[in-house]
Ligand binder design. Structure first.
Ligand code: CP
Length: 308
């Protein structure tokens, strides 16, 4: 049982609750490996998944997670809804709640909208990403992936590389990773950092950390959230921030590469590395992150709903 009704931010979970999520995810990972990938845990519960912004990983993994727990899940897509006929978002919400749903999973392009929606409903809400603000379930699946790979967390060195200022993933991961004892460095030029980055450990080029980092976490360049051009050119980005084969070869033998997806090939990560990632036994954990997403979201649905 979690102490808060909803999970809107990684700060809604204390370290004990985070460990509870990771331990539950372990048992749900086992279920996903079985031939019959289904348990009756949430039979009779209804989850509504409301996405006001595009998604592949988060939306589909929440759907699979709910189905593996035998919950009913309905998917709302803004583009195919009565929002296009002028219905307000709050009236849309009231309409959906009138159908007696038990939990809402919400993604919205504007920071703070998920919190606002949570404040007017009496069912739990899980934030599936709001604007530049928070993406708590991504950070949880990332810490799960790291723990599974290294079998420890304390003292691991992680570098969050790239478009920090526009990234809800970066904000959530930084906060959660530090809470769990990892050492976080932000690798970004000043134009991709917030105005006040005092208190952060910052480097401006990937070359400064590549040989010493355990986890190289490449952030997606958030073109859709940039209201002005924040970086001079792709060539310049490649020079200071991209991961190519040469840089990959300089990483410690047991270090890993992560990316929340979707990857902009040739910007954050070069094509050759994305191709290498398809082979088994490498230390590029992008597919492992996606797999973990189902188990961690099953754990969250279970912990938020299962005991109510
Ligand atoms: N990482 C992530 O949130 O991906 P989607 O936008 O595909 O859900």
């Amino acid at each position: 049982m979690l102490s808060k009704k909803s999970i809107l931010s990684v700060d809604d979970l204390d370290t004990g609750e985070i460990m509870q999520v990771l331990e539950s995810a372990d048992s749900f990972m086992d279920i996903s490996r079985r031939e019959i990938k289904k348990v009756p845990t949430l039979r009779g519960k209804t989850v509504a998944s409301l996405f006001f912004e595009p998604s592949t990983r988060t939306r589909i993994s929440f759907e699979i997670a709910a189905k593996r727990l035998s919950a009913d899940i309905v998917n709302f897509s803004a583009q195919a809804s009565s929002l296009l006929k002028g219905e307000t978002i709050m009236d849309t919400l009231r309409t959906i709640l009138s159908m007696q749903v038990d939990l809402l999973v919400i993604r919205h392009r504007d920071s703070g909208t998920v919190k606002l929606m949570d404040s007017v409903v009496n069912v739990p809400v899980i934030n599936a990403g709001d604007g530049k603000h928070q993406h708590p379930t991504q950070a949880l699946l990332d810490i799960y992936t790291i723990k599974n790979h290294f079998n420890r967390l304390e003292g691991l060195k992680v570098a969050l590389v790239g478009d920090y200022i526009n990234s809800r993933v970066a904000r959530s991961c930084q906060s959660l990773f530090e809470k769990m004892g990892l050492e976080v460095t932000i690798v970004a030029p000043a134009m991709l950092l917030p105005e006040d980055w005092s208190g952060f450990k910052v480097e401006h080029s990937i070359d400064r950390i590549i040989e010493d980092t355990d986890i190289l976490y490449m952030l997606r360049m958030q073109f859709e959230r940039q209201d002005r051009k924040l970086y001079p050119s792709v060539r310049e980005y490649n020079r200071y921030l991209s991961l190519d084969m040469k840089r990959l070869s300089r990483m410690k033998k047991d270090s890993v590469v992560m990316h929340p997806g979707p990857v902009n090939r040739g910007i954050e990560i070069y094509d050759e590395i994305m191709e290498l990632a398809k082979e088994k036994g490498n230390n590029i954990l992008i597919d492992e992150q996606v797999t973990a997403g189902v188990a961690v979201r099953m754990a969250l649905l279970y912990l938020v709903l299962g005991q109510s």
